[in-house]
Write a protein that binds this ligand. Structure first.
Ligand code: C5P
Length: 297
């Protein structure tokens, strides 16, 4: 018997970052939007915990206990006093580059799949609790849609979405370390104000207004990501020159996200980004997208 869960990538349409807290994390106002690029995590009974991965970027995915899918199985099993004996297979379509929460998606996917496979019957609140323990972005991978994350990003308030948004993602070569980007943010921003969600941005999401959302996209980590990877400025310039309404570094990067008018614009901006030579590849996607869901057998 096995259980498969499909789980989406995300883009941060606003990432407001406050000063570093005593625990080293930063308080955020983090507006997440799920997008239609999905990983599938399949959990099958096995003799011991094992992770495998398939997909174009599979060689870049760690298969040891640092993989959030493995950690999710261990945390759930520990809570219910059972052995985490499961084979987790990840069919990876979310670019492995950073900034799209691909690792977080696999954590949330594995958690939901193991809960169903083992019949642990954890409540939604318990699952969200385990997600928060796995990482700041993991609860959103479970919830999907659109949500405001506060605290270190793990306390979610779901947000209404009034329309479809079209995106292009430019996938950079190599990663950017999230802690290094936050450290660079601290260096560049000695007195960060308390983070707050922008009312204009929340309105644009609620009304499905693409032009207004383009004007409101904001990421406080972008100067830090650009400081560590100056070439991302070339990618942002290539996307906007190709007709994107706006471009932004997604999360801590190095993936950049471009909001475009429609599906046709998405195709032409993606082609122009690839032709520009400023990224490894480009992917198109839409919002909204649902959170982690079991795929009917
Ligand atoms: O929670 P997660 O494992 O995704 O965080 C990775 C790193 O990102 C943390 O160790 C921390 O350096 C940084 N971070 C932060 N403030 C947040 C979220 C992440 O400083 N709200």
């Amino acid at each position: 018997m096995s259980v498969t869960v499909r789980v989406p990538a995300k883009v941060n349409v606003q990432l407001a970052v406050g000063p570093a807290r005593p625990d080293g994390f930063h308080d955020l106002a983090n507006v997440f939007l799920a997008v239609s690029l999905y990983d599938r995590v399949t959990a099958t009974r096995a003799e011991s915990l094992r992770v495998t991965c398939e997909g174009p970027d599979a060689d870049q995915v760690p298969l040891d206990r640092t993989n959030l899918a493995a950690r999710a199985a261990e945390l759930l099993a520990a809570r219910y006093g059972i052995a985490p004996d499961v084979h987790l297979h990840i069919a990876k379509d979310i670019p492995v580059a950073g900034g799209m929460a691909g690792g977080s998606a696999d954590g949330a996917g594995a958690l939901l799949a193991c809960d169903a496979l083992w019949g642990t019957g954890a409540s939604r609140a318990e699952l969200l609790d385990i997600c928060a323990e796995l990482g700041s972005d993991v609860p959103f991978s479970l919830v999907g849609g659109a949500a405001l994350g506060t605290g270190r990003g793990e306390h979610l308030t779901e947000l209404p979405l009034g329309g479809t948004f079209h995106w292009v993602f430019a996938v950079a070569d190599g990663g950017l370390s999230t802690p290094a980007v936050y450290a660079e943010f601290d260096r560049l921003t000695p007195a960060a104000p308390a983070p707050a969600a922008s009312p204009g941005l929340l309105d644009a999401l609620r009304t499905g207004d693409t032009a207004a959302l383009a004007g409101a996209l904001a990421n406080d980590l972008q100067p830090a990501a650009l400081s560590l990877r100056p070439s991302l400025a070339d990618t942002l310039a290539a996307g906007t020159a190709a007709g994107a309404l706006a471009g932004i570094v997604s999360g801590s990067g190095p993936t950049t996200a471009f909001l475009v008018k429609d599906a046709e614009a998405a195709r032409s901006v993606a082609a122009a980004l690839v032709a520009s030579g400023t990224c490894r590849t480009a992917r198109t996607a839409t919002s909204p997208a649902p959170g982690a869901r079991i795929v009917p057998a």
